[in-house]
Design a protein around this ligand. Structure first.
Ligand code: ADP
Ligand code: ZN
Length: 750
C-alpha cells in the first residue's frame, strides 16, 4: 500500500514507522484521529519511544497490528513529505515487482542519512570581524596586552568570514581566545550551516565540449530527440571501449540542462573513481552532486538536499543514485549497463538498469544504456523494438583497438612443469617494462591458492559453516572462507583420522601467488596487487591508482577491480592470467560474463600513443567467448549466445525467478520449500506457461551455518509467477526459522 485514501473513515488506523534510534526496524503506531487523512508515506513524525520522544519516518500503513497497547504518534516533525509522488510510485512498483515489503522499498529510495534527522545539517560557528575602522585603533594596545588575540584578529581582518575552527587552527589559538575577542566586541561568533562538500579542496579543470565525430553526432542526435520529446525513450549506446561514449553522455547532459531539466548518471561503484568524477565535474562544476558509498552520512545528507533544493542538477553515483530527488528529470544514463553490480543482492533485489527504465517511464524522460558489451537482455529489447540502438564502432581518438592474442597453455612448460606464466607473457612483460611502459595482469581469484588438498587421501579443508573450500592466504598464513570470512591456521597434518599425512598440495593460483612469482621473475620491477585483501582502507584504492598513473608501479595485478573503466595511457600490455577461472563457472551466463570481462580488460590496453597488446592465457583456447574476444567479434558471439538461450528457454527469452529458502535446520528448510512448492503447484495447475522446478539444495548448499534450498521458475511474464507466489507466502503459516528470499530476474543462481 502506498498512500491511503484521504477520507478519515476508511483511513487505516496504524502507521509503520522507522525511528531514528533504530534505523533498521519498523514499529507500529496508532494514528491520532485528527491526523487521519493527512498523514502520507514519507512524512516525518514525532513518536514516543521508551521514556522519551524521538523522530521517525512513516513507511506505510496497516489495518491491524500483531502487538497490543500501541502508542500514538504525537505529531508531525516537519511539514511535507521527503519523497516526491513519483519516487513513491517507483518504490511501490519496486516492492510489487520484486516481491518485497513496501518498507524495504521506501528505505531503499530514501538514504538512511536523510531519514535520520539526527544527521541533519551540520551547524558550525563562524567568526566575523567587527567594523574595521573601529577595531584598527585598538589593535596596537591589543598586540601588547594579548598578542594571541591580536594574531587571530589580524588573520580575520585580512578576509571576511571564517569557520571558527579554521581560524583556531590558522592562528594557533584556542576557542577561548576567540570568545575573549567576542566579549570585547572585536568579532562576532554566529551559527551557520556549512555544506560538507566531498569535493571540497579539490581543483577541477573546466573542460569544453569536444568536436564530435560523425558517429558520435548521430548517437547524440538520437538521444536529444528523446530529451526534447518529454516522453520515455530508451537508447542503447553500444560503443567499443574508447569510442567516446562518455563525451556523448556529457553533451546529452548539457542538452538536458539547457532545457532546464535535471539528470542522473549511474556508473558501477568500482568505476566511480576520482578520474570519472573529474570528467563530469570539469563540465558541470557546482551543478554536480556525487553520491557513493564512501561518503559520510553527513556528506550524503548534504548532497541529497543540494539535489532536492535544485542546486545540483546532475547527479553522478552508483546504483542507489537512481533515487536522487532530481527535479524535472530529463535524462538518466546507465553506464556499463551490463554490469551485474546494478543488481542489489538484498531485499528489494532490484536491478538499477531496469528500474531506471521504469523511472524514465514515470517521469517521461530519456534513458541511455551504454556499454561496449551490452547485456543480452538489452539487445533483445532492441530486437523487439522497445529500445533504439545507437552504435559507435571506432575509437574516438583514432587509436587502434589492441591486438588480442590467445595463448594455449596446454603446451606451456617451465622446467618441464605446467606454469602460471607463458613465455609470451613473460617476454611481453619484459619488453614493455624495459621500454618504460606499464602492464596490467588480471586474475579473477584472490588469495594464494584456491585450496589445499591432502595428496594422500584427497581431503580438502572446508569452512565449518559454509560448504566451500577454504582459500589459502600465504602472507597471513591463514586459510580463509571467502563467503563468511572464517579464518584458521593451516593444519600441521591432514585431520582425517586414518590419514594424518603431513604435506599439503596447493591447488589453483590466486592473485597473491601471481604477485609472489612475478616478483621472482622480475626482481627489479615495481609490482602492486589490487584486490579486496589489499584494498582494505577507503583510500588504498585511490592511492594505488594514483601511484600507477604517476608511473611508480610497473605491473599492476588485480581482480575485477582493475577491469572497469580505468584509463591509463601508458598501459600497453594487458594479460588475462587464467581465463579458465572465469569461463567455467556453473552458470548459464558464464560465457556472456567471460566475453564481457575479457573485452573490458582488453579495453585497458593501448589508450595512449603506443598500440596495445592483450594476451589471454587459457587451457580452452577454442571456447567461443575466447575466440570472440580475440576477434573483437561481438555480433557473432551474441547471435550464437541468443540462439542457445532460445533453445534452452533461458533469459532473455523468459523471466527467471529464484526463490531461496535458508535456515539452520536442514529438515525444516526442506519441509518449508516443499510446502511452498506444493501450494504453488496446486494453484498454478496445468498452466503451460509456468515452468516451475521443485526445490533443490543450492549449488552452495550451506553458508554461515544456514542450509540453502532454491526453487526456480521460468515464465514469459513475471506476474504469472509472482502474484500466485505472494498469495501463497501470505497464506501459509511458516516457521520463522526459515527465511524465504525472492529474487526476481535473478542473475546469480549460486
Ligand atoms: P568510452 O567512454 O567509450 O570508453 P571515452 O569517452 O573515455 O570512451 O573516450 C576515449 C578517449 O577519446 C578520451 O580520451 C576522450 O577524451 C577522447 N575523445 C572522445 N571523443 C572525442 C572526440 N570527439 N574528439 C577527440 N577525442 C575524443
Ligand atoms: Zn564460511
Amino acid at each position: 500500500m502506498s498512500n491511503p485514501p484521504t477520507d478519515k473513515a476508511s483511513f487505516p488506523p496504524i502507521a509503520r514507522v522507522v525511528v531514528d534510534v533504530a534505523l533498521d526496524k519498523e514499529f507500529d503506531y496508532l494514528i491520532p484521529v485528527e491526523m487521519r487523512g493527512k498523514l502520507l508515506t514519507g512524512m516525518q513524525v514525532k513518536v514516543p519511544f521508551g521514556r522519551r520522544e524521538t523522530e521517525g519516518f512513516v513507511l506505510g500503513f496497516k489495518e491491524k497490528s500483531d502487538f497490543s497497547g500501541l502508542k500514538s504518534i504525537s505529531g508531525l516533525a516537519q511539514e511535507g513529505a521527503l519523497l516526491s509522488p513519483k519516487i513513491m510510485e517507483l518504490a511501490k512498483w519496486m516492492a510489487d515487482y520484486y516481491v518485497a515489503p513496501i518498507e524495504h522499498a521506501v528505505k531503499t529510495v530514501l538514504p538512511g542519512a536523510v531519514r535520520k534527522r539526527g544527521a541533519g545539517f551540520k551547524k558550525q560557528l563562524f567568526a566575523t570581524p567587527g567594523e574595521k575602522s573601529a577595531i584598527e585603533s585598538e589593535l596596537v594596545p591589543l598586540r601588547r596586552q594579548a598578542p594571541k588575540q591580536a594574531a587571530a584578529l589580524d588573520i580575520l581582518l585580512s578576509g571576511e568570514q571564517m569557520l571558527m575552527s579554521d581560524l583556531v587552527r590558522a592562528a594557533k589559538v584556542t576557542h577561548g581566545t576567540l570568545r575573549s575577542l567576542e566579549k570585547k566586541g572585536f568579532i562576532q561568533l554566529t551559527e551557520g550551516v556549512q555544506g560538507r562538500d566531498p569535493l571540497a579542496n579539490q581543483e577541477f579543470l573546466r573542460t569544453k565540449d569536444l568536436k564530435l565525430n560523425s558517429e558520435q553526432s548521430d548517437c547524440l542526435g538520437k538521444i536529444n530527440v528523446g530529451i526534447d520529446s518529454g516522453n520515455l525513450k530508451v537508447v542503447l549506446l553500444h560503443g567499443v571501449t574508447g569510442s567516446g561514449k562518455t563525451e556523448v553522455y556529457l553533451q546529452a547532459l548539457s542538452h538536458a540542462l539547457a532545457l532546464g531539466k535535471g539528470a542522473i548518471v549511474l556508473v558501477p561503484e568500482i568505476a566511480l573513481t576520482p578520474q570519472t568524477v573529474e570528467r563530469f565535474r570539469g563540465r558541470f562544476g557546482e551543478c554536480l552532486a556525487v553520491l557513493h558509498s564512501h561518503l559520510s552520512d553527513g556528506e550524503r545528507h548534504d548532497e541529497w538536499h543540494r539535489v532536492k533544493r535544485g542546486e545540483a542538477t546532475v547527479v553522478v553515483g552508483a546504483r542507489s543514485a537512481l533515487f536522487a530527488p532530481v527535479k524535472n528529470l530529463g535524462l538518466i544514463v546507465v553506464d556499463e549497463e551490463h554490469e551485474s553490480t546494478y543488481k542489489q543482492e538484498e531485499s528489494p533485489r532490484y536491478h538499477a538498469r531496469d528500474l531506471a527504465v521504469m523511472r524514465g517511464h514515470l517521469e517521461g524522460c530519456t534513458v541511455v544504456l551504454g556499454s561496449a558489451t551490452p547485456s543480452v537482455e538489452s539487445l533483445e529489447n532492441v530486437h523487439q523494438g522497445k529500445y533504439e540502438l545507437a552504435k559507435l564502432g571506432i575509437r574516438a581518438d583514432d587509436r587502434q583497438l589492441p591486438l588480442v592474442k590467445v595463448v594455449d597453455m596446454r603446451h606451456q612448460r617451465y622446467e618441464g612443469k605446467p606454469t602460471l606464466f607463458s613465455n609470451d607473457l613473460v617476454e611481453g612483460i619484459r619488453l614493455r617494462i624495459n621500454l618504460g611502459e606499464q602492464v596490467m595482469l588480471f586474475l579473477n581469484r584472490r588469495g594464494y591458492s584456491k585450496n589445499l588438498t591432502c595428496p594422500e587421501c584427497g581431503f580438502v579443508p572446508e569452512c565449518p559453516d559454509c560448504s566451500v573450500a577454504l582459500t589459502y592466504h600465504k602472507r597471513l598464513g591463514y586459510l580463509r572462507c571467502h563467503f563468511c570470512g572464517h579464518a584458521e591456521r593451516v593444519p600441521d597434518r591432514c585431520p582425517q583420522p586414518d590419514c594424518k599425512a603431513e604435506d599439503w598440495q596447493y591447488m589453483g593460483s590466486g592473485t597473491e601467488k601471481i604477485e609472489n612469482q612475478l616478483a621472482r621473475i622480475f626482481p627489479h620491477a615495481h609490482i602492486r596487487r589490487m584486490d579486496s585483501d589489499t584494498m582494505t582502507s577507503k583510500h588504498a584504492y585511490h592511492h594505488v591508482l594514483g601511484a600507477f598513473r604517476k608511473g611508480e608501479i610497473d605491473i599492476l595485478i588485480g581482480t575485477q577491480m582493475i577491469a572497469k573503466g580505468l584509463h591509463f595511457p601508458n598501459v600497453t600490455l594487458v594479460g588475462v592470467v587464467n581465463a579458465d577461472a572465469t569461463l567455467h563457472m556453473p552458470d548459464f551466463r558464464a560465457g556472456e560474463r567471460a566475453f564481457q570481462l575479457f573485452t573490458q580488460v582488453a579495453g585497458r590496453a593501448g589508450r595512449g600513443d603506443v598500440a596495445g597488446e592483450v594476451l589471454i592465457q587459457t587451457y580452452t583456447p577454442t571456447h567461443p567467448a575466447v575466440q570472440a574476444a580475440r576477434r573483437g567479434d561481438f555480433d557473432v558471439f551474441i547471435d550464437e549466445e541468443l540462439e542457445a538461450r532460445k533453445m534452452l528457454n533461458y533469459p532473455p527469452y523468459c523471466r527467471l525467478i529464484c526463490v531461496h529458502f535458508k535456515g539452520e535446520n536442514e529438515q525444516q528448510v526442506d519441509f518449508v520449500s516443499g510446502q511452498v512448492f506444493n501450494e504453488l503447484d496446486r494453484l498454478l495447475g496445468e498452466n503451460p506457461d509456468v515452468n516451475l522446478a521443485p526445490p533443490v539444495p543450492s549449488p552452495i548448499a550451506r553458508i554461515q551455518k544456514n542450509y540453502r534450498y532454491q526453487m526456480i521458475a521460468r515464465v514469459p511474464r513475471t506476474k504469472l509467477f509472482t502474484v500466485p507466489l505472494r498469495h501463497v507466502l501470505d497464506g501459509l503459516k511458516l516457521p520463522r526459522q526459515v527465511q524465504i528470499i525472492v529474487d526476481v530476474d535473478a542473475i546469480s543462481l549460486m
